[in-house]
Ligand binder design. Structure first.
Ligand code: PXP
Length: 251
């Protein structure tokens, strides 16, 4: 049996981070999104944070109006974000935890503690014809909770694994990758669509692409960094090649 196609979602948040460092209009994350699609992205991801530190409300509206591929709207499960998401009508919403003091999304959503709040929240998005994914830790407990919340998709947090690789702690990296591998199989067996993301580079993306249950990767920071050296389109093409190599190894 051959593995399912693997989509690449490009996260343009950090194009907006660079823009906001100077307060003007450049570089424009919408321009980056259009270029990313031309270079082979299957979708665009953007995180509208409560503090608007990178993507802002106007960016989200412009992304929705401008791009020809699915928009994945990352957000915290707040009342304000629900209203904006329903008004924007993206293809998908990915619910993430959010702390004002964090640099990036640390850890997965508390799907166990937040269960009773998340059930009606996810239902409202689903009734707005938005596909909901929950960004969770790669654990059976989180997957069981996600399934009971009735979200059709989970995105497995790859951050702990990628960080271990980055600092060269290969014993921990092996353990963390095993968690991702097991979680992908378990979530898929429970009927959930499986995505993965956070901290991926060419090598880790190649490795995670070999997991046949994973059908989408969402990648941002590394690619925006690589764009400084080789350009965004070339970085995306290299990422696509790495993913294809990894996928071929799983067949
Ligand atoms: N997926 C989710 C749910 C995220 O929160 C992020 C970070 O915004 C990413 C993917 C992309 O992570 P990175 O920018 O490290 O590639």
């Amino acid at each position: 049996m051959s593995a399912k196609p693997l989509r690449l979602g490009i996260n343009v948040d950090h194009v907006a981070t660079i823009r906001n460092a100077r307060g003007g209009p450049r570089p424009d994350p919408v321009r980056a999104a259009l270029l990313a699609i031309e270079a082979g992205a299957d979708g665009i991801t953007a995180h509208l944070r409560e503090d608007r530190r990178h993507i802002n409300d106007a960016d989200m509206a412009r992304l929705k109006a401008s791009i020809t591929k699915p928009l994945n709207f990352e957000m915290a499960a707040t009342g304000q974000m629900l209203d904006i998401a329903l008004a924007t009508a993206p293809h998908a919403v990915c619910l993430v935890p959010e702390k004002r003091t964090e640099r990036t999304t640390e850890g997965g959503l508390d799907v166990v503690g937040g269960h009773d709040y998340l059930v009606p929240y996810v239902d409202q998005l689903a009734r707005g014809d938005i596909r909901v994914s929950l960004f969770i830790e790669p654990s059976e407990e989180a997957i069981d909770a996600a399934a009971s919340i009735k979200a059709p998709v989970v995105e497995l947090h790859t951050g702990a694994w990628c960080h271990a690789v980055e600092v060269g702690d290969m014993a921990r990296a092996a353990r963390e990758f095993e968690r991702v591998e097991k979680a992908a199989a378990y979530a898929s067996a429970r009927g959930l669509e499986v995505h993965a993301g956070h901290g991926l580079d060419y090598d880790t993306a190649r490795q995670v692409s070999a997991l046949p249950q994973v059908v989408e990767l969402n990648i941002g920071h590394f690619l925006v960094g690589e764009a400084v050296f080789v350009g965004l389109a070339e970085a995306i093409r290299q990422m696509r090649r790495a993913m294809d190599e990894g996928r071929a190894a799983s067949i």
